[in-house]
Design a binder for this molecule. Structure first.
Ligand code: NAP
Ligand code: G4F
Length: 372
């Protein structure tokens, strides 16, 4: 019998990588997918579409997408009763911190109550003794950090409606574990990125903009807080940790992080270095700019065909390529995050494999090709 998994948020970055991992391990994967006016399964198709199975089976026999929404209790309860999953990965969320300030009520409904709906559905379906539940908790719980690096015992101080909603979800997960003996675990994941990262998160915004600037398609990149520091890992490594958390003998809460932090400014510098361009930073605060010699801006919308190593083939100009725009500031900022994943390493044998330069390089290579 194949193990059955149910992934909410299957169409997102982590949902796609996790589906690939579970399908490769022989799981039957069920996913919760929102009804949208256009197909939004591109990441799943790109990562899982070409999977080959050793027993000759096909993707259609193992990947099942169900329409639904984390805000719809009846839908969630019915699906969990029907699927009877061995493992649930609750990844669905309004996951953008800045957007959560603009949509605090909706964010709380999805991210806080959505988690409660899952936990309660498992209980109502009498699956507490069978189903292992993974909750996508976040380093945003630490917000205004009380100590560095952050561990499983660091006190929380969330700084956004997103962080506060995820705090409710974190404690509900602990509460269902303690109250009903449910195998319910929190993965407290620090930022993780990839070529499949949403385009409004800072890393992907940077790599896409750098690829466009190098192709003559974009004048400059406007960012908010360049000093923010994050512990950035690769989503491929982090979904492996999610799986290991649910295979462990006991439920628990685990920090998943690389143990290394970098600023937004450093990310930008490295992204352009991948293209052979060095950025000169000048000024400070709102007046800080990044200046570089880059291909001249084109006005026909056709990419110039830039690839690393081909810099000398293009007419270039020195100009401002990065500027600060306060529209991207948040009402309350999380300035610095750095995780200590010693417990995950010791108990689960997990550690991050991808280095920071490898992550930036992989994202840049992907986006330089995606321009076409
Ligand atoms: P993502 O790319 O934004 O994906 C979020 C997923 O949730 C998408 O599939 C989205 O569907 C779905 N979703 C949103 N609202 C929903 C709703 N009302 N009902 C059902 N599904 C809904 O996020 P991610 O980076 O993969 O992150 C996965 C989870 O880990 C999230 O819970 C996030 O908060 C958490 N997390 C992420 C990080 C990180 O650095 N990536 C770190 C810590 C924790 P659509 O495709 O239809 O929008
Ligand atoms: O890429 P971000 O939007 O990610 P953020 O806020 O750290 O949240 C992500 O990671 C969390 C884990 O810690 C997840 F729980 C959450 O779901 C999400 O995946 O911003 C990173 C930093 C912030 O400090 C932000 O202020 O970059 C700064 N930043 C500077 N300029 C910017 C920009 N962020 C965005 N999105 N856009 C900018 O222009």
């Amino acid at each position: 019998m194949r193990k059955k998994s149910f992934i909410t948020g299957i169409t997102g970055q982590d949902g796609a990588y996790l589906s690939h991992l579970l399908l490769s391990k022989g799981y039957e994967v069920h996913g919760l997918m929102r009804r949208t006016s256009q197909f939004n399964t591109a990441r799943l198709q790109e990562l899982c579409g070409n999977l080959e199975f050793s027993d000759g089976g096909s993707l259609e026999d193992r990947l099942f997408l169900h329409y639904g929404d984390s805000t719809d209790s009846l839908n969630i309860t019915t699906l969990i009763e029907e699927i009877q999953p061995d493992e649930i990965y609750n990844l669905a969320a309004q996951s953008h911190v800045k957007v959560s300030f603009e949509m605090p009520v909706y964010t709380s409904d999805v991210d806080a109550l959505g988690t409660l709906r899952i936990l309660e559905a498992v209980r109502q379906a009498k699956l507490t003794g069978k189903t292992h539940v993974y909750q996508a908790s976040t380093s945003e719980l630490f917000g205004k950090v009380q100590e560095t690096p952050q561990t499983e015992t660091t006190p929380f101080h969330p700084r956004s409606p997103y962080g506060v909603a995820k705090l409710f979800a974190y404690w509900m997960t602990v509460n269902y574990r303690e109250s009903y003996g449910m195998f319910a675990s929190n993965g407290i994941l620090f930022n993780h990125e990839s070529p499949f990262r949403g385009e409004t998160f800072v890393t992907r915004k940077i790599t896409l903009a750098a690829a466009r600037i190098m192709n003559g398609l974009q004048d400059r990149l406007e960012l908010g807080n360049l000093d923010a520091r994050r512990d950035w890992g690769h989503a491929r490594d982090f979904v492996e940790a999610m799986w290991r958390i649910l295979q462990h003998d006991e439920p628990g809460d685990f920090i998943i992080a690389t143990g290394e932090q970098h600023s937004v400014r450093e990310f930008v510098t490295l992204a352009f270095e991948h293209c052979g361009v060095s950025i000169r930073w000048e000024g400070s605060g709102l007046n800080e700019v990044g200046i570089a010699r880059v291909p001249v801006l084109k006005h026909d919308g056709i990419p110039n065909g830039f690839q690393p190593g081909k810099f000398d083939e293009f007419p270039t100009e020195e100009r401002v390529v990065v500027a600060v725009n306060p529209d991207f500031f948040r009402p309350a900022e999380v300035e610095t995050l750095l995780g200590n994943a010693a417990k995950a390493q010791e108990v689960l044998g997990w550690r991050a494999e991808t280095t920071f330069p490898q992550l930036v390089s992989e994202m840049m290579s992907y986006d330089l090709k995606k321009i076409y």
